[in-house]
Design a protein around this ligand. Structure first.
Ligand code: B12
Length: 197
């Protein structure tokens, strides 16, 4: 008797992108990838790829048209991987490049869900949301728990993940983190003070 192999389930693709001023380490995005893949249900449904870029590859191009061509070639590379979700790691040094990539990507493939995280997002998400209406979701603060939860709740348009801000019908909905940083700090302080009279 021949046992036919279980057909392998085709996985959804999530792509994480980080653009650094010098040689990119991809530290944050690889950390997020590892955190997500340590969740068995995410690992069985998702393939997670990381793409690192260098700011100077864009900034050294003086001609506006050539720079736009550079953006286009990165967007083509992203689209070729057929992702359902693209997460950008956004910092002060890459916000203009990331904005251009996000706009071009949504123009080419509006159905791809675009998520922004990173230090700039943490403090500036309101301003960023106003200046780039193509961003679907912001991760506010650390992503180790939030990113896997976003994938687990699927690429669906109705993600209700605490620690994010989502855009729905043109409005921004803030989903508060379940354990705020303040309460984590309070807990740490309390445990340090425990036993001190
Ligand atoms: C170590 C460090 C460095 C190191 C290494 C930098 C590197 N490329 O990795 C060195 C010394 C080289 C450095 C240099 C600079 N740094 Co520096 N650095 C830091 C520091 C202290 C820690 C960064 C870090 O490794 N964090 C750990 C990683 C895992 O955390 P993370 O990147 O924030 O990512 C987490 C979240 O943001 C989120 N997340 C991130 N991306 C995404 C994406 C998605 C999709 C999701 C869902 C979540 C998510 O999840 C991650 C995990 O929790 C921070 C201060 C801080 N407390 O964060 C400043 C900081 C990042 N640096 C800063 C700056 C300005 C610089 C320089 C430009 C300084 C200069 N004038 O030269 C240079 C730039 C050099 C570069 N990036 O290549 C600023 C950035 C400000 C901003 N709003 O963007 C920070 C925040 C300091 C500050 N408070 O001003 N830096």
């Amino acid at each position: 008797m021949r046992i036919s192999p279980t057909p392998s389930k085709s996985k959804l693709c999530a792509l994480l992108v980080e653009c650094a001023p010098q040689e990119p380490t991809g530290y944050a995005i690889n950390l997020l990838k590892a955190a997500a893949l340590s969740n068995p249900s995410v690992a069985s449904d998702w393939q997670i790829d990381c793409l690192t870029l260098r700011v100077k590859d864009f900034s050294e191009v003086d001609d506006e048209r050539l720079r736009s061509r550079k953006h286009l070639s990165v967007v083509s590379e992203i689209v070729a991987r057929n992702p359902s979700l693209v997460g950008f790691s956004v910092f002060v040094w890459n916000v203009s490049i990331t904005t251009a990539l996000t706009r071009m990507l949504k123009l080419a493939r509006p159905e791809i869900r675009v998520i922004w995280g990173g230090k700039l997002v943490e403090n500036d998400w309101r301003r960023l949301a106003e200046s780039c209406s193509e961003i679907d979701c912001f991760c506010i603060g650390d992503g180790e728990a939030v990113f896997p939860a976003i994938l687990e709740s699927n690429s669906g348009s109705d993600n209700q993940v605490p620690g994010t801000v989502i855009r729905r019908n043109g409005s921004l909905i803030e989903l508060l983190p379940t354990g705020s940083r303040q309460s984590a700090a309070d807990c740490a302080t309390k445990s340090l003070l425990d036993g001190i009279d």
